[in-house]
Design a protein around this ligand. Structure first.
Ligand code: BT5
Length: 262
């Protein structure tokens, strides 16, 4: 995304701080630094290229220049006052991206729980929520979002744990990144203070991939096939195990993948 597109995307949005970086290590780190400096409220860092983009659990996120959206939002502390809301914040980014893709481009995306966004069963967007604590006090909640906009943003298949795609590949034409960023930010702003409402879990649940289908879920060192039922009230995932028992799992406890990737 070019700087001019970034500037147009954020016109009139209620941001307390914003910065565009042609290139940066990770936009999540930029925002974490702002939080340490005492920045409050809704702050946004976006980059055209990331040289050390991060996924979850130390994995890498690839953001080549001129092809993708990479941005991080510092959420007000009031948006995430307790652990239950923290789990929901993980779904916030994915819900906002799905809604924007549908509204702007009539694309029906899906969420691979907890927060990967898929188009045609392939990953188009990843979300990295990071909480910074001082003792038991939540200092900052940062939501990093990376989206493959142009086809050339998609990394080579060899390095990937899950198939990837781009918006351009799904639509058959390019889309302006700034327009997409603005649509996503609108929805993030709309939802961020409503995370504790049942309506948020319903919205998240409505975008879930593999509902009613068999998935492989991996926990610790073993994998089991189970039926994906949907979200629990706290944003956990309800699965029906082979024994018939229904259990809800928390984020970080398990990973899921569809059976056909076996
Ligand atoms: C994620 O992690 O999906 C979260 C990605 C968050 C990226 C944003 S960009 C702005 C902000 N700044 C950052 O530094 N990060 C955030 P995870 O579920 O762990 O997925 C990581 C895995 O996705 C990698 O191990 C690769 O297999 C794959 N991957 C890497 N780059 C990709 C890409 N561009 N498209 C699709 N898959 C990718």
């Amino acid at each position: 995304m070019k700087q001019i597109e970034f500037e147009q995307a954020i016109v009139d949005l209620p941001l307390t701080r914003q910065e565009y970086f042609p290139t940066i290590g990770s936009t999540n780190d930029a925002v974490a630094n702002w939080a340490r400096e005492g920045t409050q409220g809704l702050a946004l860092a976006a980059a055209d290229e990331q040289t050390r983009g991060r996924g979850r659990a130390g994995r890498r996120w690839v953001t080549p220049t001129g092809s993708a959206l990479a941005f991080s939002l510092l959420l007000e502390r009031a948006s995430a006052p307790e652990p239950a809301t923290l789990a929901r914040a993980a779904g916030l980014g994915a819900v906002a991206v799905c809604e924007a893709l549908e509204a702007n481009y009539s694309l029906r995306a899906q969420i691979k729980w907890p927060n990967d966004v898929l188009l045609n069963g392939k990953k188009v967007c990843g979300v990295l929520p990071e909480a910074h604590w001082t003792g038991e006090h939540l200092q900052a909640l940062i939501l990093g979002i990376g989206i493959n906009v142009a086809a050339k943003s998609v990394p080579p298949a060899e390095g990937l744990s899950f198939p990837a795609t781009s918006i351009e590949e799904s639509l058959g034409h390019q889309v302006p990144s700034g327009e997409l960023l603005r649509a996503i930010l609108f929805r993030l702003i709309e939802w961020k203070d409503r995370l504790s409402e049942p309506g948020f879990i319903e919205a998240w649940d409505a975008w879930l991939a593999y509902k009613g289908q068999s998935v492989i879920f991996a926990a610790d060192s073993h994998s089991i096939e189970a039926e994906l039922l949907g979200l629990a009230e706290d944003g956990g995932l309800k699965l029906k195990l082979p024994s018939g028992e229904v259990r809800a799992f928390q984020m970080g406890e398990i990973q899921i993948r569809p059976t056909e990737h076996q």
